[in-house]
Structure formats: structure tokens, C-alpha cells
Design a binder for this molecule. Structure first.
Ligand code: RB5
Length: 152
């Protein structure tokens, strides 16, 4: 469960801009403390420029979770997953977002802005922020993900 006293960062490129604005407004209505890390207009940009700062801040513990959005969701999740402490999950349904928390302890939700409707995206955000990691056997599996932890 995400602690509403903590700051939740959100970032996107132009492909995710409309959904980012919508998600941000709804989160603010729900009293989340949102840090908008851009982009701030629908003009074309390069998604790594906006995702690296967010992912780096999750990686170093400044933020415990984040939301990232591009057109497909792939570019942003590929970028974020370069950081060893980041587990970014590309989720196109709320059910997948729930599983990403329960089984993968995902700490970043990646959404495909051009391939998910606003309602499903909001359901995904809400369930992602309110579902706890199941632990147990999933802890062992999550600990085997990182190459930098000498799993390989
Ligand atoms: C931008 O056109 C698009 O390539 C980008 O938003 C994203 O889908 C990349 O993975």
C-alpha cells in the first residue's frame, strides 16, 4: 500500500502526456502528493530524458514508487528497468497491475498511453497503489531478478 504522506512522482513523453495529466488530476483529488516530472506539453520529446530522473530517484530511495507513461509503455519501462532497484511493470489492465504488485513487488507502474482508456488506467493506478506484495515464494523469485546481485 503506497503511503499517501509520501511523494509520488509521475513522468511521461508526448505519447503519455494526456493520460499523465488525467492521472495526475485524479490523484490530486484523492490527496496524493504528486510530483510531476514532465513532460509538460504534448510536444514531441525523447522519453529517456524524463524517465531517467524518475527511475534514478526510485533507485536511490528518494521515492518508493512512481508512474511512467509513453505511447506503448515499452520505452519508459525499458529505460526505468536499467536501474537495479527498479522493477517497472508495463500494465495494460488493472488486473495486470494488481499482479505486478502481488507477485513482482513492482515499484514503478508503466502505462501505455495510446493503448489503454482513461478509466482502465485509473483502475490500474488505484490497484497498484493499494496492493501489497504477497512475499513468501515471490520474495525468492524477485531476489533472483537482478543480474547485479550475482544471480548470474
Ligand atoms: C512516441 O511516438 C513513442 O515512440 C513513445 O511514446 C513510446 O511508445 C516509445 O516506446
Amino acid at each position: 500500500m503506497f503511503d499517501k504522506n509520501k511523494v509520488l512522482p509521475i513522468a511521461c513523453d508526448h505519447g503519455g502526456y494526456d493520460l499523465k495529466e488525467h492521472v495526475k488530476i485524479e490523484l490530486l483529488k484523492e490527496n496524493y502528493l504528486v510530483e510531476d516530472m514532465g513532460t509538460f506539453s504534448p510536444e514531441s520529446v525523447d522519453y529517456p530524458d524524463y524517465i531517467h530522473p524518475l527511475a534514478e530517484a526510485v533507485n536511490n530511495g528518494k521515492f518508493c514508487m512512481g508512474i511512467i507513461i509513453c505511447g506503448s509503455g515499452n520505452g519508459v519501462s525499458m529505460t526505468a528497468n536499467k536501474y537495479p532497484e527498479v522493477r517497472a511493470a508495463l500494465c495494460w489492465t488493472a488486473e495486470i497491475a494488481k499482479m505486478a504488485r502481488l507477485h513482482n513487488d513492482a515499484n514503478i507502474l508503466a502505462l501505455p498511453g495510446r493503448y489503454i482508456d482513461f478509466e482502465e488506467a485509473l483502475r490500474a493506478v488505484n490497484i497498484f497503489l493499494t496492493t501489497d506484495f504477497e512475499k513468501g515464494r515471490h520474495t525468492r523469485r524477485v531476489n533472483k531478478i537482478s543480474v547485479s546481485k550475482n544471480n548470474r
